[in-house]
Design a protein around this ligand. Structure first.
Ligand code: AHM
Ligand code: MG
Length: 301
């Protein structure tokens, strides 16, 4: 007989306090309604988010859905979402948890049936604006051929798969990122900085193979499993790159770091950066420890 560990059983085996377990399970449960909405909420709408990007209905739906669930739980004091211009406060909360969310990362890929996901960061000190290293837990839901949950409560990184009974079952325990040879870079090549070109030239010379999907969460998942370095660098007119510190870099950087990898802006560990504003952006190099260290050395030269 195969003994399966469910998400609940795993959480019960950790040092997590009860409300944190409840919060993680509650968020994990939302994969089902979000995934169902892919079928019904496909159309584009012509409104823009605070970054001036066209939002599709699914982004808005997932954002509204998750915020509603968090508010009703009374488990969250405040939340910051990539789709909201300001921090959202929940005065009825009975805890000090705050949550950052990218409700549907890589959403443009829903139209072409590629993997997208929900990225979550959880703090336990009542604050949102703080360094990523203070995270209490981080997780992402990835909607690919399977729905999976990758989670850390600072006791290793574990991957769960949603089964037909709508139960998360432990698929991979204590994931460690290998020193693999994949690479990716966002932004147009003609707009890269000289330093970033140097980094990419080095990777290509060393035999790193290109893998880039357009969904940060799906890409990071691949790098977590196979190793290498995913980057979205500073580029012409955008010295801080494209991706956001609070919603994308910190939770995924926290998970990769807990799995033995690193996240850097080329000069420093991203998890030590104090956000200056809610939509703070940051150039990103995330992946295996050895290659990120090498990239930081190249930035120093
Ligand atoms: P989004 O949150 O609006 O989907 O934007 C973030 C996405 C990341 O998932 C992905 O890595 C990046 O934007 C892709 O950008 P580009 O289209 O410039 O390659
Ligand atoms: Mg995103």
């Amino acid at each position: 007989m195969i003994i399966m560990t469910t998400l609940k059983e795993y959480l019960d085996s950790t040092g997590c306090e009860e409300p944190l377990k409840d919060l993680i399970e509650l968020i994990a449960k939302q994969a089902d309604p979000i995934r169902k909405a892919f079928i019904t909420n496909q159309s584009y709408v012509d409104t823009e988010n605070i970054y001036g990007e066209t939002q599709i209905a699914l982004d808005k739906w997932s954002d509204a859905h998750l915020l509603k669930v968090l508010e009703r739980s009374n488990l969250v004091k405040a939340a910051a979402s990539e789709e909201q211009p300001d921090i959202v406060k929940f005065p009825n909360a009975k805890t000090d948890y705050t949550v950052t969310l990218d409700p549907l990362d890589g959403s443009s890929l829903v139209q072409v049936n590629l993997a997208v996901g929900t990225i979550i960061g959880i703090y336990d000190n009542g604050k949102i604006m703080q360094e990523g290293e203070n995270l209490r837990a981080a997780m992402y839901l990835l909607y690919g051929p399977m729905t999976i949950l990758t989670l850390t409560v600072k006791e290793g990184v574990h991957i769960f798969a949603l089964n037909d009974e709508k139960e998360y079952v432990l698929m991979e325990k204590n994931v460690r990122i290998p020193e693999g040879k994949l690479y990716a870079s966002g932004a147009l090549k003609k707009d890269w900085t000289a330093k970033h070109r140097e980094v990419i030239d080095h990777l290509e010379k060393e035999g790193y193979k290109l893998r880039y999907s357009g969904s940060f969460v799906a890409d990071v998942h691949q790098y977590l499993k196979y190793g290498g370095v995913f980057s979205y660098p500073a580029f012409k007119g955008h010295k801080n790159g494209k991706l956001r510190l609070l919603f994308e870099a910190n939770p995924l950087g926290f998970i990769v770091t807990e799995a033995g990898g690193r996240i850097s802006d080329g000069r420093r560990d991203i998890l030590t950066i104090m956000p200056e504003k809610i939509d703070h952006r940051v150039p990103i190099y995330i992946g295996s420890k050895g290659i990120i260290r090498r990239i930081e050395e190249m930035f120093k030269d």
